[in-house]
Design a protein around this ligand. Structure first.
Ligand SMILES: [Zn+2]
Length: 309
């Protein structure tokens, strides 16, 4: 007797740099995947959804048409879940990017829509370390900093689907660095995201050391450069405060760290970050994701299989 075919989902991850589309089965296996650069040359946000539709069609044709349970979309935020659109994101130039309706109309499938950090949390819950827990926070430290929280088994969404914007928690009043969000100062993202670590380094070091990227600073720290190691203490304090705030807010059993900065520098990141987490808190497990960069994409698929957020 033939084995029963596994359920399949189409998963989409829309970022400011890349759009990923994939076919994923109910066990979280990525069967096929495609990555294209996010096109930002059209007049309106419709160009983005047109690109997504084209990418999905190519993927389906290439893998010979099959049956899908639905389409799960993880998108760079902020999003408006009710409108099914990306709104006013600083990462793509269009103010309004409709997603859900055009996909539903084109493919005739149910469409599930989440911001990428919340999708990441869902990916961890169903396919990663979070399988064992009902309370987890996923933190991504990449070009920005974001998070998603699952509390008592429920993904926290907030009014528009952007809950757990932890990158904009205030973690410093000494340097008061302006944040990429536009108006805030002292936000975690302004110090510890991939785009801002070097700025923080220069502010801390009063421009004595001309260093231009986060990767350079971590490389120097790995070579035991004295200045870089002193800075790691400073950065560790910032990350420790951020993670402490997260623990205080959500009482998770596990905090899962992802994103390029955490993934590429996991050892050094954990060493200095954990050192400065408040000692009075009830500590959760703190881990680097085992899913690499795929948590949001897997979370998009999970939303289809489990009919949620
Ligand atoms: Zn901010």
């Amino acid at each position: 007797m033939a084995k029963k075919a596994k359920n399949l989902a189409i998963a989409v991850d829309i970022g400011g740099t890349n759009i990923r589309t994939a076919i994923i089965d109910q066990d979280g296996k990525i069967i096929a995947k495609n990555v294209t650069k996010t096109i930002q040359t059209g007049k309106s946000g419709n160009i983005i959804v047109a690109q997504v539709i084209g990418d999905i069609k190519k993927l389906i044709v290439k893998n010979s048409p099959r049956k899908f349970k639905g389409i799960g979309v993880s998108a760079v935020g902020p999003i408006d879940m009710k409108k099914g659109a990306i709104v006013n994101t600083p990462n793509i130039k269009y103010k309004f990017i409709p997603i859900v309706e055009p996909l539903r109309k084109t493919f005739g499938l149910p469409v599930f829509f989440l911001n990428d950090c919340n999708a990441g949390a869902l990916g961890e819950k169903y396919f990663g370390e979070g399988k064992k827990f009902s309370n987890l926070v996923y933190i991504t430290i990449s070009s920005g900093i974001g998070g998603g929280a699952i509390v008592n088994g429920n993904l926290l969404l907030g009014k528009d689907g952007n809950a757990a914007e932890i990158g904009h928690m205030i973690v410093d009043t000494e340097y008061n660095l302006p944040c990429t969000c536009g108006k805030g100062r002292g936000h975690w993202e302004a110090y510890a995201s991939g785009n801002n670590i070097a700025k923080f380094f220069r502010a801390w070091n009063k421009n004595k050391h001309s260093i231009s990227t986060a990767a350079d600073i971590f490389d120097l720290a790995r070579k035991k450069d004295k200045t870089a190691l002193m800075f790691m203490e400073k950065l560790g304090k910032i990350n420790g405060r951020g993670i402490s705030n997260v623990i205080a807010a959500y009482d998770p059993e596990v905090v899962i760290l992802g994103g390029a900065v955490a993934l590429n520098n996991s050892e050094i990141f954990l060493k200095y970050g954990e050192k400065y987490i408040d000692k009075f808190l009830r500590w959760p497990k703190i881990e680097i994701t085992a899913l690499g960069e795929s948590s949001p994409l897997l979370g998009a698929a999970a939303s289809v299989f489990h009919n949620r957020p």
